[in-house]
Design a binder for this molecule. Structure first.
Ligand code: SAH
Length: 376
C-alpha cells in the first residue's frame, strides 16, 4: 500500500457528515435513507429500492466494503461460524459468530495481529500489523448480523475478544461501540471489551458514557507468574490493574469478568485458586471468573488442564467464595482460537472436520463470552 492512498473510505468508515458530502445535490432526506438502510436494514446499497437506480449503483462504488471473505469455517453443528477476512492491504483478521439457543454473539477483532506478545496466544505469536479502523470493526459486526439474520436469528451481543488488544486502539474501538450501540441498536450491556490489562485504557473506558462490560484476561494472580504469560504485566502490575478494575466497577456498576485460560501445571494449582480468590475478594460477587482450558498453539509447549482439573479448580474457587463458570467450548474443530486461522492454518473453503479425540469440553480459544451471563 502506498502512503497516498486514494481509495474512498470504506463503507462503515463513512460517518453521517461524509455521507452528506457524498450525497451533495440529492434531497436531504437521502442521508437518513442511506444511513438507515446500512445500519437498520443491514442492506447493501443496491438493495435500497427506495433510492433511484443510478444512485444505488453510484453508492455501491462509493461505499466499498473493507473486508474480503477469504475463508469461512463452520463447526460441525453449524452453531459457530468463523471468518477469515482480508483487508485492503493484505492483512488478515478473524471474526467468529456464535449461535446459542438464547442468544447470538459476534467475537470481533480490534487489530490485525497484536503487540501484547502473550506467550500462549496464537495472535501474539504472529506479531502486530496495525490497528483496525472504526469501519473495519463495525463491518465485522454488520456482516455477522447479516449472517445471523439469514439464519433466522438476531445478533444481540458483541465481544472484543478476537485478534488484537482493544484498549490500545481505544478511540477507534469506542467509535465502533457508539455505532454498534447507537446505529445498529445493540444494548451497551451486551457489549464486552476484553483487555489484557491496559490500565490507562481501562480508565479511558471508564470515562466513556456507556456501561459496556469489562473483561480482564487475568490468567495469573501473582505478578511473577503473570509476567511470564502476559509481558504487559511488567508495565501494569496487578496492584495497578486491580485499582483500575475497582474504579471501573465504581463508575459503571457493571460486574467485571476475569478470564483465566487454564494451563496444566502452570496456573491450575490449588495455590493459584487461592491467590485468585484473595485477589478478587475485594470485588465480592461483582467479579466473575471465566475458566477455559488453554487451547494449544504451535508456539507454546504447554497444554490445557484436563476437564477434571478444570472442574476441580472451579469447585475450589466456589468454596473460596469466588463466582466461577467453566466456559463451554466453541469451534475447536474449526481452529476458532484467537489467531489460529490467520496464523496460516491450511486454507480450504469447506467446513473442517472434528479431529479424532476432541470433544466439546476439551480445548478451545473462542470463549462463550460472559455478556449474557452478566446481571442485567
Ligand atoms: N487482547 C485482549 C482481547 C483478546 S481476547 C485480551 O487479551 O483480553 C482473547 C482471549 O483469548 C483472551 O482472554 C486471551 O487471553 C485468550 N486466549 C488467547 N490465547 C488463548 C489460548 N491459546 N487458549 C485459551 N485462551 C486464549
Amino acid at each position: 500500500m502506498t502512503e497516498h492512498d486514494d481509495r474512498p473510505p470504506s463503507r462503515f468508515d463513512v460517518d453521517r457528515q461524509a455521507l452528506g458530502t457524498l450525497l451533495a445535490g440529492e434531497p436531504r432526506y437521502r442521508v437518513d435513507q442511506v444511513w438507515q438502510g446500512l445500519y437498520e436494514q443491514l442492506a447493501e446499497p443496491h438493495e435500497l429500492t427506495t433510492l433511484p437506480k443510478a444512485l444505488r449503483a453510484r453508492l455501491d462504488d462509493a461505499l466499498p466494503l473493507a473486508l474480503r471473505e477469504e475463508l469461512r469455517r463452520v463447526s460441525d453443528r453449524g452453531d459457530t461460524i468463523k471468518y477469515l477476512w482480508q483487508l485492503h492491504d493484505g492483512h488478515r483478521i478473524e471474526t467468529v459468530l456464535m449461535l446459542y439457543p438464547d442468544r447470538v454473539t459476534a467475537c470481533v477483532s480490534s487489530q490485525a495481529g497484536c503487540a501484547m506478545d502473550c506467550s500462549f496466544c496464537a495472535t501474539g505469536q504472529a506479531g502486530f500489523q496495525r490497528h483496525l479502523t472504526t469501519g473495519e470493526i463495525v463491518e465485522q459486526v454488520v456482516r455477522a448480523a447479516r449472517e445471523a439474520r439469514r439464519l433466522g436469528r438476531r445478533l444481540g451481543n458483541v465481544v472484543f475478544m478476537g485478534m488484537g488488544e482493544p484498549l490500545v486502539n481505544e478511540a477507534a474501538v469506542w467509535a465502533a461501540i457508539e455505532r454498534i450501540h447507537g446505529d445498529l441498536g445493540l444494548s451497551a450491556r451486551h457489549l464486552t471489551v476484553s483487555t489484557i490489562g491496559i490500565v490507562p485504557g481501562i480508565r479511558a473506558l471508564a470515562a466513556r458514557p456507556l456501561p459496556v462490560n469489562l473483561a480482564v484476561s487475568l490468567h495469573a494472580a501473582n505478578d511473577r507468574l503473570r509476567e511470564t504469560l502476559v509481558p504487559m504485566n511488567k508495565r501494569y502490575p496487578l496492584s495497578q490493574l486491580m485499582e483500575a478494575c475497582a474504579h471501573y466497577l465504581a463508575v459503571k456498576g457493571r460486574r467485571i469478568s476475569f478470564e483465566w485460560a487454564l494451563i496444566a501445571g502452570v496456573n491450575d494449582r490449588d495455590s493459584d485458586a487461592r491467590e485468585l480468590a484473595a485477589l478478587s475478594k475485594r470485588f465480592r460477587l461483582a467479579a466473575h471468573v471465566n475458566l477455559i482450558p488453554l487451547n494449544p498453539t504451535p508456539g507454546f509447549p504447554t497444554i490445557g488442564s484436563s476437564p477434571t482439573r478444570v472442574h476441580e479448580f472451579r469447585d475450589l474457587l466456589e468454596q473460596l467464595g469466588v463466582n466461577a463458570t467453566v466456559r463451554r467450548n466453541r469451534g475447536t474443530d474449526i481452529d476458532a482460537a484467537c489467531g489460529q486461522l490467520a496464523a496460516g492454518q491450511p486454507v480450504a473453503m469447506r467446513p473442517s472436520r472434528r479431529r479424532a479425540g476432541e470433544s466439546d469440553a476439551a480445548t478451545d480459544g473462542v470463549r462463550a463470552p460472559g455478556t449474557s451471563d452478566s446481571p442485567r
